[in-house]
Design a protein around this ligand. Structure first.
Ligand code: BV8
Length: 240
C-alpha cells in the first residue's frame, strides 16, 4: 500500500494536504481531543475555545492560552512537519498545505505559506472593534491585557467555535481541495467543520484521498487508503 501511495505522490500534478493536531503530537503538543492534564483536566477545550467563554471568564480562558503558548514555545517541528516543508521546497507550486493547527509548527518548519484556517495562537487581536484609544503600545497589563482607556480586551488571534474562518484562507483551501488530484489528510479527527468538509470536496472533485492517522475517523469513508501510522513516521516515507 505504501508503494502505491508513494507512486501517487510522484505522479500527482497537485497535492493538497490537510493537517490537524495529530501532526504535532510527536512534537509533544497534546492533540485537541487528548485528555487535558493538570489544571485544565476538568475543562473541555470546546467549552473554552468560544467567545462566550472568554466574555464570561476572560482570565480563565486567557490563562489557558498562556499555558498552551508556553508549551508550544518549548517544542520543535517534528519529522512530519519537516518532510512536508522539504517536499514543498523541492516541488514549488505542487503542494498546498492547509492546517487546522494554531501552533505555528508548519510555518517554523518552513511552510510559511500554510493556509492557517484556525488562525495563530502566537498572536493577539482586540476582542471588540478597536477604537482610536485602543493602542497596542499603550496596553494596561493584565490577564488579559486591555486598553487602559476603554477597557477593550486583547484576545488570542485564533478562530473560536462559532466564529467564521478567515475568508481568504478558506477560499484558497477550497480551491486546492477542488483542484488537487491527491489529498493527504493527516492527524485530524475530522470532526471540526468546515475544515473536515475539504476531504469530501476533494473526493467529490475526483481526487484520491489518503488518510494518515493511527485511529479511524469519519473521513475514512472517502479515503482510498488509510495509513495507520504516526505522521512523523509516515510523511518522511511518503514524501522523501
Ligand atoms: C464556523 C482554534 C461558520 C481554537 C479550533 C458545519 C459547517 C460549519 C460549521 C459547523 C458545522 N457543524 C458544526 C459546526 C460548528 C463548529 C464545529 O465544527 N463543531 C464541531 C465540534 C462539530 N465549527 C465552527 O464553529 C467553525 N466556525 O463554521 O463558522 C459559522 C459561524 C456561526 C455559526 C455557524 C457556523 C470554527 C471551527 C474552528 C474552531 N477552532 N481551533 C484553539 O485551538 O484554541 S478547532 C480545534 O479543533 C483545533 O484547531 C484542532 O485542530 C481542531 C480539530 O481537531 P483536530 O486537529 O482534528 O485534533 P483532534 O485532537 O480532534 O484529533 C487529532 C487526531 O490526530 C486524532 O484523530 C488522532 O487519532 C490523530 N493522531 C494522534 N496522534 C497522531 C495522530 N495522527 C497522526 N500521527 C500521530 N502521531
Amino acid at each position: 500500500m505504501w508503494e502505491t501511495v508513494r507512486l501517487w505522490v510522484r505522479e500527482a500534478r497537485h497535492i493538497a494536504v490537510l493537517t490537524g493536531a495529530g501532526v504535532s503530537a510527536e512534537s509533544g503538543v497534546p492533540t485537541f481531543r487528548d485528555a487535558q492534564t493538570g489544571l485544565w483536566a476538568r475543562f473541555n477545550p470546546q467549552d473554552l475555545a468560544t467567545e462566550s467563554a472568554y466574555r464570561a471568564n476572560p482570565q480563565r480562558v486567557w490563562d489557558w492560552y498562556v499555558y498552551r503558548r508556553e508549551m508550544i514555545a518549548a517544542v520543535s517541528p517534528n519529522a512530519g512537519h519537516e518532510a512536508l516543508a522539504a517536499f514543498s521546497q523541492r516541488h514549488p507550486g505542487r503542494m498546498t498545505l492547509i492546517t487546522q493547527n494554531v501552533d505555528g509548527l508548519h510555518q517554523r518548519a518552513g511552510n510559511t505559506d500554510a493556509l492557517a484556517l484556525h488562525g495563530s495562537i502566537a498572536e493577539d487581536r482586540w476582542l471588540d472593534a478597536p477604537r482610536v484609544c485602543c493602542q497596542v503600545d499603550k496596553l494596561e497589563a493584565g490577564r488579559p491585557p486591555r486598553c487602559r482607556v476603554c477597557g477593550n480586551l486583547r484576545r488570542p488571534a485564533v478562530v473560536w467555535f462559532g466564529e467564521h474562518l478567515p475568508a481568504d484562507a478558506l477560499e484558497a483551501a477550497e480551491q486546492a481541495a477542488h483542484g488537487c488530484d491527491l489529498m493527504l489528510v493527516v492527524g485530524t479527527s475530522g470532526e471540526v467543520y468546515p475544515a473536515a468538509g475539504l476531504a469530501f470536496a476533494a473526493h467529490q472533485s475526483g481526487a484520491r484521498v489518503v488518510i494518515v492517522n493511527p485511529e479511524p475517523t469519519p473521513l475514512d469513508v472517502v479515503a482510498e487508503h488509510c495509513l495507520r501510522e504516526p505522521a512523523a513516521v509516515c510523511l518522511p516515507a511518503l514524501l522523501g
